[in-house]
Design a protein around this ligand. Sequence first.
Ligand SMILES: *Cc1c(COP(=O)(O)O)cnc(C)c1O
Length: 432
Amino acid sequence: MHSFHYLNGSLHCEDVNLQQIAEEHGTPSYVYSTATLRDNYTRLDQALEGLDHGVEYAVKANSNLSVLKLLAELGSGFDIVSGGELQRVIAAGGDPAKCTFAGVGKTRPEIEYAIRQGIYCFNAESEAEVTFIDQVAGDLGLIAPVALRVNPNVDAKTHKYISTGKSENKFGVDFESIEAAYERASKLENITLRGLQMHIGSQLTDVKPFIEAAEKVAPLAAKLKELYDIEFFSVGGGVGIVYSPALASGTAEWWESHTEEARPLTPEKYAAGVIPFLKDLGLKILVEPGRYIAGNAGVLLTECLYEKKGAAKTFKIVDAGMNDLIRPALYEGHHEIVPIKEPTKVTAHIPMDVVGPICETGDFFCQNRDLPDFAEGEYIALLSAGAYGFVMASNYNTRGLPAEILIDGASSKVIRPRQTVEDILAAEIANL
Ligand SMILES: *Cc1c(COP(=O)(O)O)cnc(C)c1O
Protein backbone atom coordinates (compact mmCIF):
# COMPACT_ATOMS: atom_id res chain seq x y z
CA MET A 1 0.00 0.00 0.00
CA HIS A 2 1.10 3.57 -0.56
CA SER A 3 -0.05 7.17 -0.57
CA PHE A 4 -0.01 8.04 -4.30
CA HIS A 5 -3.46 8.40 -5.85
CA TYR A 6 -5.59 10.48 -8.15
CA LEU A 7 -7.69 13.19 -6.54
CA ASN A 8 -9.80 15.73 -8.46
CA GLY A 9 -8.20 14.64 -11.72
CA SER A 10 -4.59 15.01 -10.60
CA LEU A 11 -2.01 12.66 -9.10
CA HIS A 12 -1.42 13.37 -5.42
CA CYS A 13 1.08 12.20 -2.87
CA GLU A 14 -0.78 12.19 0.43
CA ASP A 15 -2.63 15.55 0.32
CA VAL A 16 -0.25 17.28 -2.08
CA ASN A 17 -0.97 17.79 -5.77
CA LEU A 18 2.06 16.64 -7.76
CA GLN A 19 1.19 19.04 -10.60
CA GLN A 20 1.98 21.87 -8.20
CA ILE A 21 5.18 20.20 -7.01
CA ALA A 22 6.39 19.82 -10.59
CA GLU A 23 5.52 23.43 -11.46
CA GLU A 24 7.12 24.81 -8.32
CA HIS A 25 10.29 22.74 -8.17
CA GLY A 26 10.81 21.70 -11.78
CA THR A 27 11.60 18.26 -13.13
CA PRO A 28 13.05 15.70 -12.92
CA SER A 29 12.30 15.48 -9.19
CA TYR A 30 11.96 12.60 -6.79
CA VAL A 31 9.00 12.81 -4.42
CA TYR A 32 8.74 10.64 -1.30
CA SER A 33 5.82 9.98 1.05
CA THR A 34 6.43 10.16 4.79
CA ALA A 35 3.23 8.20 5.48
CA THR A 36 4.26 5.35 3.18
CA LEU A 37 7.77 5.12 4.62
CA ARG A 38 6.33 5.08 8.12
CA ASP A 39 3.59 2.53 7.29
CA ASN A 40 6.02 0.18 5.56
CA TYR A 41 8.41 0.25 8.51
CA THR A 42 5.68 -0.17 11.12
CA ARG A 43 3.94 -2.98 9.29
CA LEU A 44 7.07 -5.09 9.04
CA ASP A 45 8.07 -4.31 12.61
CA GLN A 46 4.63 -5.41 13.83
CA ALA A 47 4.57 -8.52 11.65
CA LEU A 48 7.74 -9.67 13.43
CA GLU A 49 6.35 -8.97 16.89
CA GLY A 50 6.48 -12.66 17.79
CA LEU A 51 10.28 -12.56 17.62
CA ASP A 52 13.00 -10.77 19.55
CA HIS A 53 13.88 -8.74 16.47
CA GLY A 54 15.39 -5.61 15.03
CA VAL A 55 14.72 -3.88 11.70
CA GLU A 56 17.89 -2.59 10.08
CA TYR A 57 16.96 -0.45 7.10
CA ALA A 58 19.35 -1.05 4.18
CA VAL A 59 20.64 2.47 3.67
CA LYS A 60 21.78 1.91 0.10
CA ALA A 61 18.16 1.77 -1.14
CA ASN A 62 17.54 5.44 -0.34
CA SER A 63 20.08 7.26 1.78
CA ASN A 64 18.69 10.78 1.91
CA LEU A 65 19.35 12.13 5.42
CA SER A 66 15.71 13.10 5.95
CA VAL A 67 14.62 9.55 5.10
CA LEU A 68 17.20 8.13 7.51
CA LYS A 69 16.14 10.58 10.22
CA LEU A 70 12.50 9.55 9.85
CA LEU A 71 13.42 5.88 10.17
CA ALA A 72 15.81 6.50 13.08
CA GLU A 73 12.95 8.22 14.90
CA LEU A 74 10.80 5.13 14.36
CA GLY A 75 13.49 3.08 16.08
CA SER A 76 15.16 1.61 13.02
CA GLY A 77 18.71 0.33 12.97
CA PHE A 78 20.69 0.50 9.74
CA ASP A 79 22.49 -1.89 7.45
CA ILE A 80 25.34 -0.01 5.79
CA VAL A 81 27.73 -0.96 3.01
CA SER A 82 30.34 1.82 3.26
CA GLY A 83 31.95 4.25 5.66
CA GLY A 84 30.09 6.99 3.82
CA GLU A 85 26.76 5.41 4.67
CA LEU A 86 27.76 5.22 8.34
CA GLN A 87 28.59 8.92 8.20
CA ARG A 88 25.12 9.53 6.75
CA VAL A 89 23.41 7.54 9.52
CA ILE A 90 25.28 9.48 12.18
CA ALA A 91 24.54 12.82 10.47
CA ALA A 92 20.84 11.88 10.43
CA GLY A 93 20.82 11.14 14.16
CA GLY A 94 20.93 7.34 13.82
CA ASP A 95 22.68 5.19 16.41
CA PRO A 96 25.94 3.49 15.30
CA ALA A 97 25.30 0.85 17.96
CA LYS A 98 22.33 -0.23 15.81
CA CYS A 99 24.37 -0.48 12.60
CA THR A 100 25.59 -3.57 10.80
CA PHE A 101 28.27 -3.16 8.15
CA ALA A 102 27.90 -5.40 5.07
CA GLY A 103 29.79 -5.51 1.77
CA VAL A 104 32.57 -7.57 0.22
CA GLY A 105 35.26 -4.88 0.00
CA LYS A 106 35.63 -2.92 3.23
CA THR A 107 38.79 -0.79 3.39
CA ARG A 108 41.06 -0.04 6.35
CA PRO A 109 39.79 3.55 6.81
CA GLU A 110 36.19 2.28 6.74
CA ILE A 111 36.90 -0.48 9.25
CA GLU A 112 38.77 1.89 11.60
CA TYR A 113 35.98 4.45 11.40
CA ALA A 114 33.28 1.85 12.09
CA ILE A 115 35.16 0.34 15.05
CA ARG A 116 35.73 3.80 16.56
CA GLN A 117 32.05 4.68 16.13
CA GLY A 118 31.07 1.49 17.95
CA ILE A 119 28.92 -0.22 15.34
CA TYR A 120 26.92 -3.25 16.39
CA CYS A 121 28.63 -5.69 14.02
CA PHE A 122 30.67 -6.16 10.88
CA ASN A 123 29.02 -8.66 8.57
CA ALA A 124 32.13 -10.08 6.94
CA GLU A 125 31.92 -11.73 3.54
CA SER A 126 35.19 -13.69 3.44
CA GLU A 127 37.78 -15.16 5.78
CA ALA A 128 40.37 -12.76 4.38
CA GLU A 129 38.17 -9.91 5.54
CA VAL A 130 37.80 -11.40 9.05
CA THR A 131 41.58 -11.66 9.31
CA PHE A 132 41.94 -8.06 8.18
CA ILE A 133 39.31 -6.74 10.62
CA ASP A 134 41.17 -8.58 13.40
CA GLN A 135 44.42 -6.92 12.35
CA VAL A 136 42.90 -3.42 12.15
CA ALA A 137 41.17 -3.84 15.53
CA GLY A 138 44.49 -5.04 17.00
CA ASP A 139 46.25 -1.95 15.65
CA LEU A 140 43.64 0.21 17.38
CA GLY A 141 43.86 -1.81 20.59
CA LEU A 142 40.13 -2.55 20.35
CA ILE A 143 37.90 -5.59 19.87
CA ALA A 144 35.70 -5.67 16.75
CA PRO A 145 32.33 -7.49 16.71
CA VAL A 146 32.06 -9.76 13.67
CA ALA A 147 29.48 -12.01 11.99
CA LEU A 148 30.06 -13.99 8.85
CA ARG A 149 27.71 -13.94 5.93
CA VAL A 150 26.76 -17.42 4.85
CA ASN A 151 25.83 -18.07 1.25
CA PRO A 152 23.06 -20.66 1.63
CA ASN A 153 23.04 -21.61 -2.06
CA VAL A 154 19.32 -20.99 -2.42
CA ASP A 155 17.83 -19.75 -5.68
CA ALA A 156 15.99 -16.49 -4.99
CA LYS A 157 14.34 -16.69 -8.44
CA THR A 158 14.82 -13.01 -9.06
CA HIS A 159 16.71 -11.10 -11.78
CA LYS A 160 20.25 -12.47 -12.16
CA TYR A 161 21.82 -9.10 -11.31
CA ILE A 162 20.06 -8.94 -7.94
CA SER A 163 20.38 -12.57 -6.90
CA THR A 164 23.03 -13.00 -4.21
CA GLY A 165 22.47 -16.31 -2.45
CA LYS A 166 23.78 -18.81 -4.99
CA SER A 167 27.27 -20.33 -4.86
CA GLU A 168 28.23 -18.57 -8.07
CA ASN A 169 27.54 -15.11 -6.57
CA LYS A 170 30.41 -13.14 -5.02
CA PHE A 171 28.63 -12.75 -1.69
CA GLY A 172 29.28 -14.55 1.58
CA VAL A 173 31.07 -17.75 2.58
CA ASP A 174 29.94 -21.08 1.12
CA PHE A 175 27.54 -23.03 3.31
CA GLU A 176 29.91 -26.00 3.24
CA SER A 177 32.87 -23.98 4.54
CA ILE A 178 31.17 -21.73 7.06
CA GLU A 179 31.64 -23.83 10.21
CA ALA A 180 35.37 -24.19 9.61
CA ALA A 181 35.54 -20.43 8.99
CA TYR A 182 33.91 -19.74 12.37
CA GLU A 183 36.29 -22.20 14.02
CA ARG A 184 39.31 -20.34 12.63
CA ALA A 185 37.79 -16.92 13.36
CA SER A 186 37.16 -17.92 16.98
CA LYS A 187 40.92 -18.16 17.49
CA LEU A 188 41.56 -14.52 16.52
CA GLU A 189 42.29 -12.23 19.44
CA ASN A 190 40.88 -8.89 18.38
CA ILE A 191 37.42 -9.88 17.27
CA THR A 192 34.39 -11.28 19.01
CA LEU A 193 31.91 -13.46 17.13
CA ARG A 194 28.53 -11.80 17.53
CA GLY A 195 26.23 -13.27 14.92
CA LEU A 196 25.46 -14.95 11.63
CA GLN A 197 24.11 -13.24 8.53
CA MET A 198 22.58 -14.16 5.17
CA HIS A 199 20.89 -12.26 2.34
CA ILE A 200 19.71 -14.26 -0.67
CA GLY A 201 18.70 -11.51 -3.07
CA SER A 202 16.46 -8.59 -3.80
CA GLN A 203 12.91 -8.12 -5.08
CA LEU A 204 11.68 -11.57 -4.04
CA THR A 205 7.95 -11.81 -4.61
CA ASP A 206 7.50 -15.35 -3.35
CA VAL A 207 8.00 -16.42 0.26
CA LYS A 208 9.34 -19.88 -0.64
CA PRO A 209 13.04 -19.00 -1.13
CA PHE A 210 12.96 -17.16 2.23
CA ILE A 211 11.49 -20.23 3.90
CA GLU A 212 13.97 -22.52 2.20
CA ALA A 213 16.90 -20.37 3.37
CA ALA A 214 15.57 -19.99 6.94
CA GLU A 215 14.98 -23.72 7.22
CA LYS A 216 18.44 -24.51 5.88
CA VAL A 217 20.42 -21.99 7.94
CA ALA A 218 18.54 -21.96 11.29
CA PRO A 219 20.23 -25.17 12.53
CA LEU A 220 23.61 -23.61 11.72
CA ALA A 221 22.67 -20.50 13.73
CA ALA A 222 21.72 -22.73 16.67
CA LYS A 223 25.01 -24.57 16.48
CA LEU A 224 27.04 -21.35 16.33
CA LYS A 225 25.17 -20.04 19.34
CA GLU A 226 26.11 -23.14 21.28
CA LEU A 227 29.74 -23.09 20.17
CA TYR A 228 30.54 -19.39 20.17
CA ASP A 229 27.69 -17.78 22.06
CA ILE A 230 26.61 -15.60 19.13
CA GLU A 231 23.66 -13.33 19.90
CA PHE A 232 21.99 -12.56 16.55
CA PHE A 233 20.96 -14.11 13.27
CA SER A 234 20.32 -11.66 10.45
CA VAL A 235 18.09 -13.05 7.73
CA GLY A 236 18.82 -10.18 5.34
CA GLY A 237 16.49 -8.11 3.22
CA GLY A 238 14.93 -8.80 -0.15
CA VAL A 239 11.18 -8.55 0.42
CA GLY A 240 9.84 -7.43 -2.96
CA ILE A 241 7.33 -4.76 -3.88
CA VAL A 242 4.59 -4.52 -6.50
CA TYR A 243 5.99 -2.75 -9.56
CA SER A 244 2.96 -3.67 -11.64
CA PRO A 245 0.23 -2.58 -11.13
CA ALA A 246 1.93 0.03 -8.98
CA LEU A 247 -0.75 2.69 -8.68
CA ALA A 248 -3.62 0.28 -8.06
CA SER A 249 -1.65 -1.54 -5.35
CA GLY A 250 -1.76 1.59 -3.22
CA THR A 251 -5.20 0.77 -1.86
CA ALA A 252 -6.33 -1.78 0.71
CA GLU A 253 -9.15 -2.79 -1.68
CA TRP A 254 -6.64 -3.94 -4.30
CA TRP A 255 -4.95 -6.23 -1.80
CA GLU A 256 -8.27 -7.52 -0.50
CA SER A 257 -9.45 -8.28 -4.05
CA HIS A 258 -6.77 -10.99 -4.27
CA THR A 259 -7.05 -14.35 -2.58
CA GLU A 260 -4.35 -15.16 -0.04
CA GLU A 261 -2.75 -17.43 -2.65
CA ALA A 262 -2.71 -14.88 -5.46
CA ARG A 263 -1.64 -11.96 -3.28
CA PRO A 264 1.93 -10.68 -3.76
CA LEU A 265 4.32 -11.02 -0.84
CA THR A 266 3.26 -9.04 2.24
CA PRO A 267 5.25 -8.48 5.44
CA GLU A 268 2.70 -10.63 7.25
CA LYS A 269 3.12 -13.52 4.82
CA TYR A 270 6.91 -13.17 5.02
CA ALA A 271 6.83 -13.19 8.82
CA ALA A 272 4.44 -16.14 8.99
CA GLY A 273 6.74 -18.07 6.66
CA VAL A 274 10.04 -17.56 8.45
CA ILE A 275 9.05 -17.17 12.12
CA PRO A 276 8.52 -20.91 12.75
CA PHE A 277 12.19 -21.57 11.94
CA LEU A 278 13.51 -18.64 13.96
CA LYS A 279 11.42 -18.28 17.08
CA ASP A 280 13.02 -20.95 19.23
CA LEU A 281 16.66 -20.15 18.45
CA GLY A 282 17.07 -17.84 21.43
CA LEU A 283 18.78 -15.39 19.10
CA LYS A 284 17.94 -11.83 18.20
CA ILE A 285 16.62 -11.89 14.64
CA LEU A 286 17.56 -8.99 12.39
CA VAL A 287 15.98 -8.12 9.06
CA GLU A 288 17.52 -5.72 6.53
CA PRO A 289 14.78 -4.38 4.26
CA GLY A 290 15.66 -1.68 1.74
CA ARG A 291 13.38 -1.78 -1.26
CA TYR A 292 10.38 -2.87 0.83
CA ILE A 293 10.64 0.27 2.99
CA ALA A 294 11.40 2.88 0.33
CA GLY A 295 10.47 1.47 -3.08
CA ASN A 296 6.80 2.32 -3.34
CA ALA A 297 7.25 5.41 -1.15
CA GLY A 298 8.73 7.41 -4.01
CA VAL A 299 8.06 8.54 -7.59
CA LEU A 300 10.13 10.34 -10.19
CA LEU A 301 8.35 13.30 -11.77
CA THR A 302 9.35 14.21 -15.29
CA GLU A 303 8.05 16.42 -18.10
CA CYS A 304 7.33 15.32 -21.64
CA LEU A 305 9.56 17.51 -23.82
CA TYR A 306 8.82 16.21 -27.29
CA GLU A 307 6.83 13.67 -29.19
CA LYS A 308 8.50 12.01 -32.14
CA LYS A 309 6.48 9.81 -34.46
CA GLY A 310 8.98 7.52 -36.16
CA ALA A 311 8.22 5.10 -38.98
CA ALA A 312 7.92 2.23 -36.53
CA LYS A 313 7.15 3.85 -33.21
CA THR A 314 5.99 6.81 -31.19
CA PHE A 315 8.65 8.16 -28.87
CA LYS A 316 7.85 10.42 -25.95
CA ILE A 317 11.03 12.19 -24.95
CA VAL A 318 11.06 13.21 -21.30
CA ASP A 319 13.46 15.32 -19.23
CA ALA A 320 14.48 12.44 -16.92
CA GLY A 321 17.10 10.01 -18.18
CA MET A 322 18.90 6.85 -17.23
CA ASN A 323 21.31 9.00 -15.23
CA ASP A 324 18.38 9.89 -12.94
CA LEU A 325 16.81 6.41 -12.75
CA ILE A 326 18.95 3.57 -14.04
CA ARG A 327 16.88 0.54 -13.04
CA PRO A 328 15.35 -0.13 -16.48
CA ALA A 329 18.78 0.02 -18.15
CA LEU A 330 20.63 -1.86 -15.40
CA TYR A 331 18.24 -4.67 -14.48
CA GLU A 332 15.40 -4.41 -16.94
CA GLY A 333 13.47 -2.85 -14.08
CA HIS A 334 9.82 -2.01 -14.69
CA HIS A 335 8.33 1.30 -13.60
CA GLU A 336 4.66 2.02 -14.11
CA ILE A 337 4.17 5.33 -15.89
CA VAL A 338 1.15 7.52 -15.18
CA PRO A 339 0.31 11.04 -16.33
CA ILE A 340 -0.16 13.56 -13.53
CA LYS A 341 -3.39 14.64 -15.22
CA GLU A 342 -5.77 11.75 -14.69
CA PRO A 343 -6.78 10.03 -17.93
CA THR A 344 -10.50 10.04 -18.63
CA LYS A 345 -12.70 7.53 -20.42
CA VAL A 346 -12.03 9.30 -23.71
CA THR A 347 -8.23 9.46 -23.37
CA ALA A 348 -6.66 7.38 -26.13
CA HIS A 349 -4.07 4.78 -25.21
CA ILE A 350 -1.26 4.28 -27.72
CA PRO A 351 1.85 2.10 -27.81
CA MET A 352 4.94 4.19 -27.09
CA ASP A 353 8.55 4.26 -25.97
CA VAL A 354 9.20 6.72 -23.16
CA VAL A 355 12.83 7.74 -23.51
CA GLY A 356 15.27 10.14 -21.90
CA PRO A 357 17.65 12.70 -23.40
CA ILE A 358 20.83 10.67 -22.80
CA CYS A 359 22.97 9.55 -25.72
CA GLU A 360 22.49 5.83 -25.09
CA THR A 361 20.10 3.38 -26.72
CA GLY A 362 19.49 1.90 -23.25
CA ASP A 363 18.07 5.23 -22.09
CA PHE A 364 14.41 4.28 -22.02
CA PHE A 365 11.76 3.88 -19.31
CA CYS A 366 9.49 1.64 -21.36
CA GLN A 367 9.24 0.21 -24.86
CA ASN A 368 6.09 -0.55 -26.83
CA ARG A 369 3.91 0.05 -23.80
CA ASP A 370 0.27 1.08 -24.17
CA LEU A 371 -0.09 4.30 -22.23
CA PRO A 372 -2.50 7.22 -22.11
CA ASP A 373 -1.47 9.59 -24.91
CA PHE A 374 0.06 12.46 -22.91
CA ALA A 375 1.20 15.64 -24.66
CA GLU A 376 4.30 17.80 -24.78
CA GLY A 377 4.50 19.94 -21.66
CA GLU A 378 2.57 17.42 -19.56
CA TYR A 379 4.07 15.88 -16.45
CA ILE A 380 4.21 12.16 -15.84
CA ALA A 381 5.29 10.06 -12.86
CA LEU A 382 7.47 6.96 -12.85
CA LEU A 383 6.12 4.99 -9.91
CA SER A 384 7.93 2.80 -7.35
CA ALA A 385 11.10 4.83 -7.74
CA GLY A 386 11.83 5.40 -4.04
CA ALA A 387 14.46 2.65 -3.78
CA TYR A 388 17.57 2.32 -5.96
CA GLY A 389 16.49 5.50 -7.73
CA PHE A 390 18.18 8.71 -6.66
CA VAL A 391 21.00 6.80 -4.94
CA MET A 392 22.12 5.42 -8.30
CA ALA A 393 21.80 8.74 -10.15
CA SER A 394 24.90 10.12 -11.82
CA ASN A 395 26.14 13.23 -13.60
CA TYR A 396 26.43 11.43 -16.93
CA ASN A 397 26.05 13.94 -19.78
CA THR A 398 26.83 16.66 -17.19
CA ARG A 399 23.30 16.63 -15.86
CA GLY A 400 22.68 17.79 -12.31
CA LEU A 401 21.18 15.32 -9.84
CA PRO A 402 17.40 15.69 -9.47
CA ALA A 403 15.76 17.44 -6.53
CA GLU A 404 14.32 15.30 -3.74
CA ILE A 405 11.10 16.36 -2.03
CA LEU A 406 9.48 14.83 1.03
CA ILE A 407 5.71 15.06 1.50
CA ASP A 408 4.08 14.84 4.90
CA GLY A 409 0.31 15.23 4.86
CA ALA A 410 -0.40 18.58 3.20
CA SER A 411 3.15 19.86 3.51
CA SER A 412 6.17 19.40 1.28
CA LYS A 413 9.84 20.03 1.83
CA VAL A 414 12.82 20.02 -0.50
CA ILE A 415 15.17 17.61 1.26
CA ARG A 416 17.86 17.93 -1.39
CA PRO A 417 17.87 20.83 -3.86
CA ARG A 418 18.47 20.15 -7.51
CA GLN A 419 22.19 20.02 -8.23
CA THR A 420 23.37 22.83 -10.51
CA VAL A 421 25.96 22.59 -13.25
CA GLU A 422 28.04 25.05 -11.20
CA ASP A 423 28.05 22.44 -8.38
CA ILE A 424 29.27 19.80 -10.82
CA LEU A 425 32.02 21.96 -12.30
CA ALA A 426 33.31 23.53 -9.10
CA ALA A 427 35.94 20.93 -8.21
CA GLU A 428 37.28 20.86 -11.76
CA ILE A 429 37.37 24.65 -12.12
CA ALA A 430 39.29 24.82 -8.84
CA ASN A 431 41.85 22.44 -10.30
CA LEU A 432 42.04 23.80 -13.83
C1 LIG B 1 21.07 -4.66 -0.57
C2 LIG B 1 21.07 -5.40 0.70
C3 LIG B 1 19.92 -5.44 1.49
C4 LIG B 1 18.62 -4.82 1.07
O1 LIG B 1 18.05 -5.47 -0.02
P1 LIG B 1 16.53 -5.12 -0.44
O2 LIG B 1 16.24 -6.03 -1.55
O3 LIG B 1 16.53 -3.69 -0.85
O4 LIG B 1 15.68 -5.37 0.75
C5 LIG B 1 19.98 -6.10 2.69
N1 LIG B 1 21.12 -6.71 3.11
C6 LIG B 1 22.25 -6.67 2.37
C7 LIG B 1 23.46 -7.33 2.89
C8 LIG B 1 22.26 -6.03 1.15
O5 LIG B 1 23.38 -6.02 0.42
